[in-house]
Structures are given as C-alpha cells and as structure tokens.
Design a protein around this ligand. Structure first.
Ligand SMILES: Cc1cc2nc3c(=O)[nH]c(=O)nc-3n(C[C@H](O)[C@H](O)[C@H](O)COP(=O)(O)OP(=O)(O)OC[C@H]3O[C@@H](n4cnc5c(N)ncnc54)[C@H](O)[C@@H]3O)c2cc1C
Length: 461
C-alpha cells in the first residue's frame, strides 16, 4: 500500500559482514531519502518531536530533505543536536521519535533515524559546519568527559558564547562512542571524529589524558584555574561481574575491556600493537546492546558465539534491530539460561561454563517477570572465553575527590533533571554518571539541560 511501507535501507550482506568490521548499514542515497521524506505527514502537532529527548524539529528537517535542501536540514537538526550522524545510527528511534510517529499506527513509521543519518552524512561530505556563537561571554566552564553528554553540553555552551574546555581521561575523545560501540555500527574516523571536530569548530577546547580526581580535582579547577562552573559527564564505565566461582580465570573479560581493546585500541587490526584474544568458542553473558556488540565483535574475530541470557526473547533489553542483526550473522541465543560456574584448566584458562535453565516467575519491581532457576537443569557449554556484560556503574573517583558532591546508593551523582544542578554550587552533572548506563540521546538531553542550567546560573551570578 502506497506510503504505508518505509523505503528499505541497504545493508551489507549478513554472511559477508560477519567476517569484517565495515559498517553494516549503508544508509539512504538522495533518491531513497527524498522518497522516504515524502511519507512524512507534517503533522500540526508533531508527536515525534515530543518523543525526541533533544526536541529536534523533525517535520521541518524532513520537509527540507523533501525539497533537496540538505544544508537547511542540517542546520535545523544541529540547532538541537551536536551529534546527528551518531544519533542517526545508534539511537533507539523505535521507542522515541519513530515510536510516536502517526504513520506507525497503520504502517511503518517514517524512518526518521535513517533520514537524520542521511542529512548528517551528506552535510559532512559537503563540508557544512554547525553555526557558532555570535558574541563571546568572558566566562570559563569546564566539562569533564567527552562522551555524548559532555560534547552536547560543551557545544551548547560554546554556541552561547562561553569559553569551554573539555577534560577527557582517555587519549581520544568520544566516550562510549569511541571505546564501546563497535566500528561496524558506528565508524570512528569517518563519523565520530568528524562530529567531534564540528563541536571543536564551535570554539570548544579539548584536553585529553587528564583524569579529573587524579591529575587535578574539580575543587582545584574552580578555586585555582578560574572555571566558574563545571559539568560532570563522566559516564558509567565501571563493569559489574556475577561473583560466581571461576570468574577470575584467564579468558573471562568484561564487555568493556573486550570492546575497548577492539574499538579504541584497534586490536582487531593486524597492524595494531594491542593484543586481543581471538576465542574459538565464546559465551557472552547478558542481553543488552553491549552484549550484542561484544558478541558480534567476538564473531568477527572468528569465534562461535553463544549469548546466555536469564530471561526470554521478549525481555531482551537490546534493540530489536541489533538482536536481528546478531541472529542473521549466526550468533546463537541460549535464552532462559544463567551461568553458575566457570571452569578452567590447570594453567588457569577458561575451558567451559556451567549454566542452569530458568523459567519466568512473578513480575519484579521493574514489572518484568523474574527468572527462577529450574532445579537440576544444569548443563555445560565448552568455551575458551567468557565475556560478562551485566551492566556498569559510575566510577567513584570524581565523587570521592569532590567536597560536597552527593551520590546515591547506586553511586550515581545526584542532580536535578531540569538543570543538572548537583548538591555542590557551580557543579552540574548529567548522562550515565547521573542515571547509570542509559542511552546516547538521553545523555545528550541531559547535557543540553545542564548547558541551560549553567547559563542561568552564570547569568545570575
Ligand atoms: C558497548 C556499548 C554499546 C552501546 N550502544 C548504544 C546504542 O546503540 N544506542 C544508545 O543510545 N546507547 C548505547 N550505549 C549507551 C551509551 O553509549 C551511553 O549511554 C552514553 O555514551 C553515555 O554518555 P555519557 O556522556 O554520559 O558517558 P560516556 O559516553 O561514558 O563518556 C564519559 C567520558 O568521561 C570520561 N571520564 C570518566 N571519568 C573521567 C575523569 N575522572 N576525568 C576525565 N574524564 C573522565 C570517560 O573516559 C568517557 O570518555 C552503549 C553503551 C555501550 C558501553
């Protein structure tokens, strides 16, 4: 039926892509994008905008795509988002903008994410940059962390005219965008680095290899280095483990370590000096986006990969698109299954994992049915590597070295949602450091809110 079905997006063939690290999704070309754009009904009360945590004027940019005005579309998006090529690739649009699209009631919602990606990629190829500040304010703001929350907060403050410096602990900027999400979903040189360059083009300064709390503290930045406000966007990079017997064996990794070696340190590339284990048979424990990324990375390194998850298919927290891609590529899903023990040989290397079957019981606090062990259902999976992907929490370094910065029992910084204001005057926070592990766009939304909060604070100071 005309208009009810979205223009399909081209992808690398599943068999071929399972052996390489090139991007899976190939995106729309001009003709495809303009065709898809004609499906937008340009609603008077656009629900898609309400579904977007950074409130992009979606109908306006899609109208501009329809008219072939990519530059206009890019400027419309970049008023609200510093990272459109990133968001067009990794945002869970199905539960945000596209989840609200009226077209979705009787057919496919408009492919808003793929159109955003088309605009950002085409604008980049055309050398179009976001518009910067017209007037400078003589006030210094420090941003800690260069992930999506920090980049967004820094970009928005620079557009308002503030003198902004980002301090990043790692040698490269981008946070999870460079060390977590794999190249085959989010190319680093072609996409992430270019969007970071755009943020820098607004006047934002970037200092890498600076660990706040070790190299210098927040209190020092404010008392000695003239920063009048600080935004903390330090993420949630501390991995959790299961605490089961054998978890200390060699060949057991956190998903963060495995992905950092592969993505940031380019260990998958034969010319890289960073080593990575190339497992023959690998078990990935967990069912979120991070687990899918770890599994698909291990697959590309040559392993047979099993994803072990304690709930069922319906409860998998990863995006449906990612689960679909993983299945197409040959990842095996062992659902309603939970590890109980990891086994190792006499040299301490992993040889296998004992799991137990689960069934779903009564709903827990999260509303999801809780998994319950089926007695006597233990079984073994032989493997030479186990990757734990059970979630992460914020690193306590910043909270433990900043006087008066309140954290909650999950070790997250306590901050007001609307402004990012923390318990310490002049210090604002947002993203995963406040919410715990969440999404790129929520981190960006928090960075935006904090930029407004900082502007209000400094304007009244
Ligand atoms: C593997 C993986 C895949 C994911 N896939 C998706 C996806 O598909 N879609 C999606 O929406 N979300 C996804 N997420 C989640 C998303 O990436 C995060 O929610 C988001 O990056 C959080 O942004 P942030 O700015 O709060 O923190 P981060 O991106 O974690 O950035 C924090 C930065 O702060 C730096 N830092 C930390 N401590 C200090 C310090 N003391 N001093 C200086 N710098 C410091 C860190 O080095 C890091 O660069 C994924 C996460 C992972 C790990």
């Amino acid at each position: 039926m005309d208009g009810f079905v979205r223009v399909p997006v081209r992808e690398q063939d599943a068999k071929e892509r399972a052996t390489n690290f090139k991007e899976v999704c190939l995106g729309y070309n001009k003709e495809e994008a303009e065709n898809e754009a004609t499906r937008c009904l340009n609603c008077k009360n656009p629900k898609c905008v309400q579904g977007c945590p950074v409130s992009i004027d979606i109908p306006a940019f899609i109208q501009q795509v329809k008219e072939g005005d990519v530059e206009g579309a890019y400027q419309t998006i970049s008023k609200s988002s510093a990272l459109p090529a990133v968001c067009g690739r990794v945002c869970p649009q199905e539960s945000q903008c596209e989840g609200q699209c009226v077209r979705g009631i009787k057919g496919d919602p408009v492919s808003i994410g793929k159109l955003e990606r088309y605009v950002a990629d085409t604008a980049r190829e055309m050398g179009i940059k976001p518009a910067g500040a017209t007037e400078k304010k003589n006030k210094k703001v420090a941003v800690i962390g260069s992930g999506p929350s920090g980049l967004t907060c820094a970009g928005d403050l620079a557009k308002m005219g503030y003198d902004v410096t980002i301090f990043e602990a790692l040698h490269e900027a981008g946070g999870v965008l460079v060390y977590g999400i794999p190249e085959f979903r989010l190319p680093k040189d072609a996409v992430v680095k270019k969007e970071i360059e755009n943020v820098k083009s607004l006047g934002v300064k970037l200092e890498t290899d600076v660990v706040i709390g070790k190299s210098v503290t927040i209190d020092d930045l404010m008392a000695k280095e003239g920063f009048e406000a600080v935004f903390v966007g330090s993420g949630a990079g501390l991995p959790r483990f299961m605490n089961i017997p054998g978890e200390q064996a060699m060949g057991v990794f956190s998903a963060n370590e495995f992905l950092t070696r592969s993505n940031l340190m380019k260990a998958f590339d034969e010319n890289s000096r960073t080593p990575i284990m190339r497992p023959k048979k690998c078990v990935v424990v967990g069912g979120g986006n991070v687990a899918m990324d770890a599994a698909r990375t291990a697959l590309r390194l040559g392993a047979e990969v099993h994803v072990v998850y304690r709930r069922g298919e319906e409860e998998l927290p990863a995006r449906k698109e990612e689960v679909g891609h993983a299945k197409e590529e040959g990842i095996i899903f062992d659902l309603l299954t939970n590890p109980v023990e990891i086994h190792a040989d006499e040299n301490g290397w992993v040889t296998g994992i004992t799991c137990i079957r689960m069934e779903l019981g009564e709903p827990d606090e999260s509303g999801r049915r809780s998994p319950v062990e089926v007695p006597g259902s233990e079984f073994d999976i032989e493997c030479d590597a186990v990757i734990m992907s059970l979630g992460t929490s914020p690193n306590p370094l910043i909270s433990s070295t900043t006087k008066g910065l309140e954290i909650n029992r999950r070790k997250c910084i306590v901050a007001e949602e609307a402004t990012g204001q923390t318990s310490k005057e002049g210090v604002f926070a947002g993203g995963d450091a406040v919410t715990g592990a969440a999404t790129v766009i929520l981190a960006m939304g928090a960075g935006k809110a904090a930029a407004k909060g900082i502007d209000e604070y400094l304007s009244n100071k």
